[in-house]
Every structure is written in structure tokens, then in C-alpha cells.
Ligand binder design. Structure first.
Ligand SMILES: *Cc1c(COP(=O)(O)O)cnc(C)c1O
Length: 219
């Protein structure tokens, strides 16, 4: 199947209310342009270096999302143009994003990445940490960021009930925080589990290999 057909097929499976983040990591600029030409504007990358190389070669109305673990010393390279950082996994990182956004006189949208998977390999905040960071944000501590939602990854497993359980934990937290201050984005679901994520309340999914094909190496 071609990238174009893959893309159309995924779009057909998504309700209109669900945002698609096309995860283009490891894939060339030409593939991104193909999907852009079909109307896609939101793309996700997980490496700063790779994003910084691709950014100048592609249309400026692309909304770039960082979805992978972000080191604080790399924030400065993307602060001017990144649309959303989905992978806020520490207060230190949030502070750095706030600081760098301020230097460019802008607000950067961020999602708090919450650890919901059983595997301990995944980055993310504990639920209580996420609540406390959100509380600080609501009381005005970070002027140059906007926490617009939550992101999470389920355990890599065939066990659907476990995946559902994990996604539901994040949906519950989302509903809870949403009562304090309106949130826009609940980002859960990847190529293998996005239908389950949507069932569990995701309104944004991050799909890579189902559009662009398999990556040569796993990240
Ligand atoms: C790579 C990646 C994705 C996309 O994964 P696919 O299985 O290729 O769809 C989604 N989210 C994060 C955080 C990723 O690193």
C-alpha cells in the first residue's frame, strides 16, 4: 500500500472530532510532503535533531508536535516554532519550556505525559505529579506555556482489556482536571491501538507506521 492510500484509510477510520498527529519520525521529508499534499497539517517527531533538520525544508503552516522524551538542553532549538510538546515528563522540563517560550515572547502548548503503562520503561509523570503540576499551572506559575491536555501510552500487549484499563485511567484524570480548567486534548493511541484509545475517550491519536510504513529501527 502507498503512503497516500494508508493515509486515506486511517482518516476514514477516524471520527471527525479526533485529531490525527501523523508521526513522521525516521521518514524522509518527501514522505511528509506527500501526506501534507493530502491536507494533513499536524506532524509528530520525537527527536529534536531530526525535527530541526526537517523544519526548514517543509511548509511553514505545519504544526509540529514533539512526542518523545525531550532533554531540557534541547528545548532552545525548537522553542521558536514548535506547536505542541506532548511529552512533558518532569517539572524541570516544564520550567525550561516556559523559560524558552518566554524568550520568544510566545506561549507553547504542552501536554502532560502520564505514566499509565505497566512497563517501567516508559517516561511519564505519576498521576499525583501530573495533578500537582497542573495545579501550579492553574495558579499562574508558568506564564509562557498552556497545558492543553494529557498524553499517555498503553503497555505494548495483545491484552485488550489491559490496554483499555490503562487508557481509562488517563481519561479519568483528564475528566478530573478538566473540571478545574478546560482541557482540549487527550492524546492516546498509536497505529496498533488507536481504535481502542478512541473508544476510551481519546480525541487525538499519534499514528506513524500505519501511514508511513515500518521504521527501519524501533524508537
Ligand atoms: C513512534 C511513536 C508513535 C507512533 O507509533 P506507531 O506505532 O508507528 O504508530 C506514537 N507515539 C509516540 C510517543 C511515539 O514515540
Amino acid at each position: 500500500m502507498s503512503i497516500q492510500n494508508n493515509y486515506k484509510e486511517i482518516k476514514n477510520q477516524l471520527p471527525e472530532s479526533v485529531q490525527l498527529v501523523a508521526v513522521s519520525k525516521t521518514h524522509p521529508v518527501s514522505s511528509i510532503q506527500e501526506v501534507y499534499d493530502l491536507g494533513q497539517r499536524v506532524f509528530g517527531e520525537n527527536k529534536v535533531q531530526e525535527l530541526v533538520e526537517k523544519y526548514p525544508l517543509l511548509p511553514k503552516d505545519i504544526q509540529w508536535h514533539i512526542i518523545g522524551h525531550l532533554q531540557t538542553n534541547k528545548v532552545k532549538y525548537i522553542a521558536e516554532f514548535v506547536d505542541t510538546i506532548q511529552s512533558i515528563d518532569s517539572e524541570k522540563l516544564l520550567k525550561e519550556v516556559n523559560k524558552e517560550a518566554g524568550k520568544h515572547n510566545r506561549k507553547i502548548k504542552v501536554l502532560l505525559q502520564v505514566k499509565i503503562a505497566e512497563e517501567d520503561t516508559k517516561f511519564g509523570l505519576e498521576i499525583e505529579e501530573a495533578k500537582s503540576l497542573f495545579e501550579k499551572f492553574v495558579t499562574g506559575e508558568f506564564e509562557n506555556i498552556e497545558i492543553t491536555g494529557l498524553m499517555g501510552m498503553a503497555t505494548f500487549t495483545e491484552d485488550e482489556s489491559q490496554i483499555k484499563k490503562e487508557f481509562s485511567v488517563l481519561k479519568n484524570l483528564f475528566d478530573q482536571l478538566n473540571q478545574t480548567r478546560k482541557l482540549e486534548t487527550l492524546s492516546m493511541g498509536m497505529s496498533d491501538d488507536f481504535p481502542i484509545a478512541i473508544e476510551c475517550g481519546a480525541n487525538s491519536v499519534r499514528v506513524g507506521s500505519a501511514i508511513f510504513g515500518r521504521r527501519d529501527y524501533s524508537i
